[in-house]
Each structure stands twice: as C-alpha cells, then as structure tokens.
Design a protein around this ligand. Structure first.
Ligand code: T4K
Length: 394
C-alpha cells in the first residue's frame, strides 16, 4: 500500500476525478451534428433537433407533452407559474438550492419539510401536518436515481386539495411504482446539466399529461409565446438551442450504455466499501430501476474514526473530488437562514444527512477499476484515521 498523500505520499490519481456524469460524445459525432446546424443555418427557436428531441423524449417518458428548456432551474420557476401556485408551497430543505429558489423567484414562500431518512425525499406524514389554508402545492424531489414516497404524496395531495409536482432533476430513466418517472403529479422537471445522466451540456425538460399546463409552459418558454396562445402571467427565455439538443440526442442514444457503466461502477464501490466500518452505500430501494447517477455514501464518524469533512480532505489530496450534496441544508442557506430562522431547529433528518453524506466519482470519467481503487483508498484512509486526525489538527 503506498503512503497516503495527506501523510506525505504522492496522490493515488494523477488527475482530478470529478463527481458527475460528464458525457462527451466522440469528436466525429459532435462534428457531424454541428455541421448539420451550420448547413441548416438554424441555431435556436425550436429548430429540427429540438423538435426531434421533444418527440423522442415523449416516447421515452410515455407522456403526452415534453417541453425542453435551457436548464431545470428555469423549468422549475416556469412550473410554479404554470401551475398557478400561490401563497406557500411545501418543499424539502434537503435539496439543491435551485428547487427552493424556483419558488422564491415565482413569488411563493417555501415551507420547509423534513425528509425521510431512507428515501431522502419528503416525509409524507410531515407533509400532511404542514398543509394549512395557505399551502397551494407540494414540490417533491426524486434524488440520486431513486424515488420518494410518490404514491403516499399523491394520496395526500388529492385528499388535501393541493397540487403536487416533482423536481426529478436526478431521475432521468428511473422507474418506480410501476412506471418511468415523468408522468407523476401535475408535472415533473428533469435536468440535462453536464453532470446528469442525460446531458445537453445545460438543459432540462418538463413532462406533463395536461394540455393546458403544456400550452402555458410553451408560451412562457419563448418570450414571444409559441403554439396556440393561452393566458400566461409572464413569459421568459428558457429556450434550448440546437447545439444543446444535438448533444442531448447523442446522450439519449448512449443512455443505456451509460447507465450500465454507472451500475458496474456502483457495484465496484459496493464490493470494496462493504467491509469498511462506518461507511455504507445509500440504497435507492424505492426505484425498481435506477440510473445509478450518483454513488451516495453515509459516514458514521464515531465508527469510521474521522468526520465526513476530514475524509473529504484526505480524498482531495489523492485527487478524488468528492462532493457533499447537499450542504448546508437550504434552510441554513442565505436568504432562508435569516428569513426562516424558526426552521433551524426541527429538520433533524435533513441536518443529519447534511453532515453524513458524500458523493463519489461516477460516470464517463471513471471506470470500474478506478471505482474499486477509490473504494480501497477509503479503506486505507480508515486504517490511518488517528494519524490523519492528528495531521489535520496541527
Ligand atoms: N434540482 C436538483 C435536485 C438538482 O440537483 C439540480 C442541479 C437542479 C434542481 C437544477 O438543475 P440545473 O438548473 O442545473 O439544470 C452541480 C450542477 O451544476 C447542478 O446541475 C446539480 N444539480 C448540482 C447538484 O451539482 P456543482 O456546483 O457541484 O457542479 P461543479 O461545476 O462543481 O461540477 C462538478 C464536478 O464536475 C467538478 O469536479 C468539476 C467537474 N466538471 C463539471 C462540469 C460542468 C467538469 O470537469 N466539466 C464540466 O463541464 O453543481
């Protein structure tokens, strides 16, 4: 075993290994796609590639409408407006800040709700308790290539007369409760950011079976309105360009291969991490099929011998760029920590997950051997926990 970098050895990896899918098609395929755009002289505003992508995604998701957008953050803002949400919306604080900020941009107050410690999605009984006369909606998240308690949330939304929609930024291609994500609730929003399993470099889409919601979204997306005109409160520019759509189409062609690579890497992590005391891989059991987009680990500080953040420093020295999604909880982030200070005390599962979880490299920049080597590296670090703690406290 070579000496750990944090203790004076050389880094185990010569270049930085990132978290995130980072799919790049071959140069030949990219060049051919860009040539087509140049030949047609058509960059953006619902060109042939964007329309082809929407068509293919409609079939993929099995939904009536797919509206591709510039990124999921804009998709979430438009979703809140298209659903005519007012007053307050229930949302987890254990999420990427964009979920919550979409509400703020739409003029809605977020009501933070704790998450289930297993699914990391909204805890249904807590949601039910928080609904009052001012709550008009629930924004639930499907994280890590898994799913939240979708069916229970649907039941609550129906009984209590509020609108349910999903931030499925991590959920492309995931199957749960007998179908592919995309068709649950009023609508679902997906991210096609470069770090996601379906990449448009930047991008996203909104799925819905509701004709009116779809028409409102299409009119909002294009600044000047598009498709049959409907009344919308505001328009925006959330158009996806032809270049983004070209990458997304290639990424869609390679989707199953990329999922399989993720699955094999996840299995390699699972094998090598299994025997290390204090570290465990988070399972996404609520999904019958995952996209394995994230390899999420939980660390028990007492058993492992050092904190999650100390482990991250040791891994960074080895050129392994591990991330703490999500940290801090959104309720502890500006502007919410000030305006919603009362929330600081009663989201125990959120606070626990924010201190215990970390994401390991997975995707196109990683292979099975690298995943196994990172798993073994975590084992080496655990064996030297005392020495590393001493080094970090100097
Ligand atoms: N809802 C949820 C639950 C989300 O997680 C997100 C986004 C959204 C909504 C909003 O979706 P978008 O509006 O973004 O479509 C990343 C992504 O920017 C963000 O999309 C994602 N979630 C969030 C969880 O993570 P960072 O700040 O961690 O990314 P960054 O730039 O640090 O990149 C990660 C690693 O990859 C680094 O090591 C650098 C490397 N990298 C990254 C890019 C983009 C590269 O080597 N090349 C690249 O091109 O936010």
């Amino acid at each position: 075993m070579s000496r750990l970098a944090i203790l004076g050895g050389s880094p185990r990896f010569s270049s930085e290994l990132p978290v995130g899918q980072l799919y790049f098609p071959s140069w030949d395929r990219y060049e051919a796609a860009m040539r087509g755009i140049f030949e047609r002289r058509f960059y953006t505003n619902q060109g042939p590639l964007t329309n082809a992508l929407e068509e293919k995604l409609r079939a993929f998701f099995g939904v009536k409408h797919v509206i591709v957008v510039a990124n999921a953050t804009l998709g979430l803002i438009m979703a809140a407006k298209a659903l005519n949400l007012q007053g307050k919306v229930i949302v987890p604080a254990f999420t990427f800040i964009a979920s919550v900020q979409s509400l703020t941009w739409a003029g809605i107050d977020p009501v933070f709700c704790d998450v289930d410690i297993e699914t990391h999605g909204l805890h249904p009984a807590s949601v039910n308790r928080l609904i009052d006369g001012e709550v008009s909606g629930i924004l639930a998240t499907n994280l890590w290539g898994g799913a939240c308690a979708i069916e229970e949330l649907q039941k609550i939304a129906l009984e209590r007369g509020v609108k349910l929609y999903f931030d499925s930024a991590h959920g492309f291609g995931v199957e749960a409760f007998g179908r592919r994500l995309g068709g649950f609730g009023e609508l679902e929003v997906f991210s096609f950011h470069a770090t996601k399993i379906l990449s448009a470099t930047e991008g996203g889409c909104i799925c819905t079976d509701d004709d009116n919601i779809a028409a409102r979204l299409r009119n909002m997306r294009s600044s000047y309105g598009a498709g049959p005109p409907v009344d919308v409160p505001l328009t925006s520019n959330a158009r996806m360009s032809e270049a983004q759509a070209a990458i997304a189409l290639m990424s869609l062609e390679d989707f199953e291969t990329n999922v399989e690579n993720n699955r094999l890497q996840s299995a390699a992590y699972s094998r090598t991490i299994a025997g290390i005391p204090g570290v465990s891989l988070v399972r996404v059991d609520a999904a019958s099929k995952s996209n394995f987009q994230y390899v999420v680990c939980r660390l028990d500080e007492d058993t492992f011998g050092m904190s999650r953040d100390q482990l991250l420093i040791a891994l960074k020295c080895e050129n392994v760029n591990v991330r703490r999604y999500f940290y801090p909880g959104v309720h502890r982030s500006i502007p919410y920590s000030e305006a919603f200070s009362q929330c600081n005390t009663f989201l125990p599962n959120t606070d626990k997950l924010c201190t215990e979880l970390f994401q390991l490299p997975v995707g196109a920049m990683v292979d099975v051997d690298i995943a196994a080597a990172i798993g073994e590296l975590i084992g080496d670090i655990s064996e030297h926990a005392g020495e590393i703690r001493g080094r970090l406290s100097r």
